[in-house]
Design a protein around this ligand. Structure first.
Ligand SMILES: NC(=O)c1ccc[n+]([C@@H]2O[C@H](COP(=O)([O-])OP(=O)(O)OC[C@H]3O[C@@H](n4cnc5c(N)ncnc54)[C@H](OP(=O)(O)O)[C@@H]3O)[C@@H](O)[C@H]2O)c1
Length: 359
């Protein structure tokens, strides 16, 4: 039996903590964040059983809770944040796990797991899971494009958060497949450097911008920023656009669900896990589905290599494509589409297409 662990933390602190302690919903957000940080230590949240690969390999794992919110992970003293995450790794190792995945913002701060891995050298291996997250985001984007009858080769794609770890690889993989790619971020110099790298020897028209309003031109959008608040509002989107939102917390505002019935927004990075898996924890997903970054951690366990597959800011395109093969070998696959916490049915996609035809 192979053993892995995965670190989770509250995303919307009042909502997440409020499930168990309803009073949290009525307290100021910063107070709840502070209380959680002070009262809870990194600890095992659940035991994951029943992960079984098509190869026959089996794995069990543990969810380890990190008591920090996205805002705290981004804003508190870096050493304190890294030490808290490393402590989660030690909790995982004490259960017998040989690899730990960094969930949500625990992989966003700093150097995407490199320092955490250094702190845990000889204790446990670490992966951010970003390669498989990127792979499934692109897979989902193109599948949704096909369902919406978008001609990818003529399409304009946009990557929001393009200079980020996941954003850069998304841009590199998507750019050669489309007519135009728009790189959207907040650092002009980094955007310009990425745009130059993409233009090199390519026929794709590459645009780099800090203006989110330019999203209006995009048929295909992958959004992967680490913004704490939603960036994409109803007025930003083109009619008929497909948006794959990989960010946690989400980049696409809930208002989009209410105001734009002519766009298809899907959650990126959600996959079906092989076997009769029981997470012992409710992510708000259908049974047997998990985040792609968690799935990558499981795969490294099922491979028996416990390889720290995705570490550091600069992800490798080859490795990102190769993880798709590893996933296939073990039986991981893209889950059915979800949008704003609900399953997307074929009828719903048809309704979106119909509204686009009529508009
Ligand atoms: N679904 C999954 O399984 C899964 C797995 C892993 C990660 N994620 C999510 O993916 C997202 C990105 O992760 P990452 O590791 O690629 O993070 P990252 O390397 O920090 O990249 C994030 C990018 O977003 C940009 N950004 C941040 N705030 C912004 C704002 N207000 N406006 C515009 N751009 C902004 C950053 O710009 P600068 O370059 O200027 O800082 C950076 O380029 C996170 O939300 C994370 O939780 C999801």
């Amino acid at each position: 039996m192979e053993r892995f662990a995965f670190i989770i933390h509250p995303i919307d602190v009042r909502r997440d903590v409020g499930r168990k302690y309803p009073i949290a919903r009525y307290l100021p957000e910063k107070m709840v964040e502070w209380l959680v940080m002070k009262l809870f230590k990194p600890r095992v949240i659940s035991h994951i059983t029943g992960v079984k690969s098509l190869t026959g390999a089996e794995a069990e794992g543990w969810l380890v809770g990190c008591p920090l919110s996205p805002r705290q992970i981004l804003e508190l003293d870096e050493e304190f944040v890294f030490d808290t995450i490393a402590e989660c790794g030690r909790v995982a190792a004490a259960q017998g796990a040989k690899i730990v995945g960094l969930g949500a913002f625990t992989s966003v701060r700093g150097d995407k797991g490199l320092t955490i891995q250094k702190k845990l050298e000889g204790v446990i291996n670490v992966t951010s899971g970003n390669c498989y997250t990127t792979y499934t985001a692109i897979e989902g984007l193109f599948k949704a494009a096909e369902m919406m009858n978008i001609d990818v080769a003529r399409a304009c794609a946009a990557v929001v958060g393009a200079t980020g770890s996941i954003g850069q690889v998304c841009a590199k993989i998507v750019a050669p497949k489309v007519a135009q790619v728009s790189l959207i971020g907040r650092d002009e110099q980094r955007l310009a450097r990425l745009a130059d790298a993409l233009r090199n020897g390519s026929r794709t028209n590459v645009r780099a911008t800090t203006d989110i309003n330019t999203l209006r031109d995009a048929d295909l959008v992958v959004t992967v920023s680490s913004a704490v608040d939603a960036l994409i509002r109803p007025e930003h989107l083109k009619s008929g656009a497909v948006v794959c939102d990989v960010a946690r917390p989400r980049d696409v505002s809930k208002q989009v669900a209410q105001a734009r019935d002519d766009v298809l927004v899907i959650e990126g990075g959600v996959v079906e896990v092989p076997g009769e898996v029981d997470f012992g924890f409710d992510f708000g997903f259908p049974p047997k589905t998990a985040y792609a970054c968690m799935a990558e951690t499981m795969m490294m366990a099922l491979e028996g290599t416990y390889e720290p597959y995705s570490l550091g800011r600069d992800l490798d395109v080859e490795k990102t494509l190769r993880i798709g093969e590893i996933a296939k070998k073990h039986g991981f696959k893209l889950a059915g589409f979800r949008s704003f916490e609900r399953a997307v049915t074929p009828e719903e996609v048809e309704r979106v297409r119909e509204r686009v035809r009529r508009s």
